[in-house]
Design a protein. Structure first.
Length: 583
């Protein structure tokens, strides 16, 4: 196999008599291209090899056609002369000219006299955070094979690291992985990433069993944030058996890549647990090595979660999108659930009454706590229900922490939905916070994000098609479509109430979806948890998992996501049970 990195994502592969070009970009430098929704990038360098010098092309692979850093104007001139153009179905419809569109998991075979059959299978990509597909469009990667038992090449395409693509990598067995890096970000969307970091890309190559891992899509454009020096730092930080597989090609220079020799090969770097069965190629690799299937390694963000086997990449992608919105779906309005404590503050007080702070989530505001607030005030408690900014986990937690700093005496901190993410971080290290109460809420561990927790289990109605996404001057906001708001968010409330909530919902900035949580406050502060068994935002199974992990005192209520509104008595009782236990 001979590979030439032409620049950006563009690679020429010559293998077994086939000539393959991926993501052709051949425009000269200097031009700025708009990518939509206020995002843009300037091309900084031109191609190291002009299109005219490439000669005949058998196959052009296009991960997606709607961003100029993967297919620019001059790059489009490569298509008419190619024997076959393979891309995703949406791009094929736009490109026309006989372009073939395949979805992740679908396979096409190309034959030519005197050459082995070329099998091209589309692999999954997600070109941004959960729920971003409507903004960034469909993307695919490509697995290429000329042999029945092992793939020759995997081109990841533009993707972030997420469960779907990691599972696909774990099921592969490839000689060479070409990984699209760059850590793409834009000022308008803040910290949101749209492509892999060097560390993530090298890890994907390791999961795929690649003997050679080649980074591309990291230079030549202003929206790339990991230049070659960062690649070298990531390579040096990698385990030795992984670092020796990483090869940064000299741009414009054809480089011969040796294929795997027959016979057993070393196992991949050890990994903690399986998240799915290996594919046929992976099983073949393990059989050649004379051992049972290796448990593939999960991304560190998910490493402490129980494995869930047997799901397809496509379904996992949907689950991730689904639950991701769960995160946004956080708190709404008044509350309630059957609890273990007197509704009026029963029990013999042992100390001063705490101030109770109620933190709402996304798609809602502090008025969602009205029913609970009135009951707590009647019981003689001071209550504060601050406005959660919903702009980012770190900044939201800092704001709530500033509110806590103004309170004298003990505090009981209560959160709903995304509000649980915030309180878990805001309360860490605060000696005045005596108890945490989670109402149908995220209760993250260190490294968890709304996105990672949302992908744990199926059952959420917060899917991409149920969201309305609106760009803002500083980012991108997500809303639940009013047409489905009641069914998804507040199924046990009257239609008129749910309609009013839908109209007044506060959105969350989508950038907070991927923000990792810090050390959890529940590790040192006792916690209580109300599981809403009819929740269509955070699946009950996920709620039970988080409550068990946090060792929370737990109750279950037959409620929608907004338990504090539909069941304010039960919600209040649980809060008071926490109060009485820590006084």
């Amino acid at each position: 196999m001979r590979i030439t990195h032409i620049g950006g994502p563009t690679v020429l592969v010559e293998h077994e008599g086939w000539t393959i070009l991926s993501d052709p970009t051949f425009d000269p430098p200097g031009r700025t291209y708009g990518f939509g929704l206020g995002t843009s990038s300037q091309k900084l360098t031109g191609p190291a090899v002009p299109l005219a010098e490439l000669g005949p092309l058998d196959v052009v692979l296009i991960s997606h056609d709607h961003h100029a850093d993967n297919l620019d104007d001059e790059g489009r001139n490569a298509l008419p002369g190619a024997t076959t153009v393979v891309t995703n179905p949406a791009a094929a419809a736009r490109l026309g000219g006989g372009a073939l569109g395949i979805r992740p998991g679908e396979l096409t075979e190309l034959t030519s006299p005197g050459r082995p059959t070329l099998r091209i299978r589309a692999t999954p990509c997600r070109h941004g955070p959960p729920l971003s597909r409507r903004l960034v469009g469909p993307v695919v990667g490509f697995e290429i094979a000329t042999r029945p038992d092992r793939a020759d090449l995997w081109i990841t395409g533009d993707t972030v690291s997420y469960r779907g693509v990691r599972r696909a990598a774990q099921e592969m067995d490839v000689d060479v992985a070409i990984v699209h890096l760059g850590e793409v970000r834009f000022p308008v969307t803040g910290p949101i990433r749209y492509s892999l970091t060097a560390h993530q890309g090298f890890e994907l190559g390791r999961l795929a069993g690649a003997d050679t891992i080649i980074p591309v899509h990291y230079e030549g454009w202003s929206h790339f944030h990991e230049p070659v020096a960062e690649l070298e730092r990531a390579r040096l930080a990698a385990p030795a058996d992984l670092a020796e597989r990483i090869l940064v090609l000299p741009i414009g220079t054809p480089t011969a890549i040796a294929s795997e020799a027959p016979g057993p090969r070393p196992p991949p770097h050890p990994a903690p647990r399986s998240v799915g069965p290996p594919g046929p190629a992976g099983r073949a690799r393990r059989a050649r090595a004379g051992r049972a299937p290796d448990p593939p390694q999960e991304h560190p963000m998910h490493a402490h979660h129980p494995s869930r086997t047997g799901r397809s990449s496509g379904r996992i992608l949907i689950l991730a999108l689904v639950a991701v919105a769960a995160l946004l779906t956080a708190a709404c309005r008044p509350a309630g659930v059957p609890g273990a404590g007197g509704g009026g503050g029963g029990g013999a007080p042992k100390g001063p009454k705490p101030t109770i702070v109620l933190v709402h989530g996304a798609f809602a505001d502090a008025s969602g706590w009205d029913g609970v607030t009135k009951r707590l005030q009647r019981a003689g408690y001071d209550v504060i229900a601050p406005a959660n900014p919903l702009r980012g986990l770190a900044s939201d937690a800092a704001y709530i922490r500033s509110v806590l700093d103004t309170i004298t005496g003990p505090i009981v901190l209560v959160g709903h939905s995304y509000g649980g993410m915030v309180l878990t971080n805001a309360a860490a290290g605060d000696a005045d916070v005596k108890a945490l109460v989670y109402i149908a809420s995220f209760a993250p561990d260190a490294g968890d994000s709304v996105g990672s927790l949302s992908a744990l289990n199926p059952g959420s109605g917060v899917v991409q098609e149920n969201l309305i996404i609106r760009p803002t001057p500083t980012g991108v906001d997500g809303y639940i479509n009013p047409a489905v708001f009641r069914d998804v968010f507040a199924g046990d409330l009257p239609k008129q109430t749910a309609a009013a909530m839908a109209a007044s919902q506060r959105p969350a900035d989508l950038g907070l979806l991927a923000e990792p949580s810090g050390a959890p406050a529940w590790a040192t502060i006792p916690s209580w948890y109300l599981v809403a068994t009819q929740d269509r935002v955070i699946p009950p199974a996920t709620q039970r998992f988080m409550a068990q992990r946090a060792h929370s005192t737990t109750i279950e209520v037959r409620s929608s996501h907004v338990a504090m509104i539909s069941h304010p008595d039960e919600s209040t009782q649980l809060i008071l049970a926490a109060v009485n236990a820590v006084r």
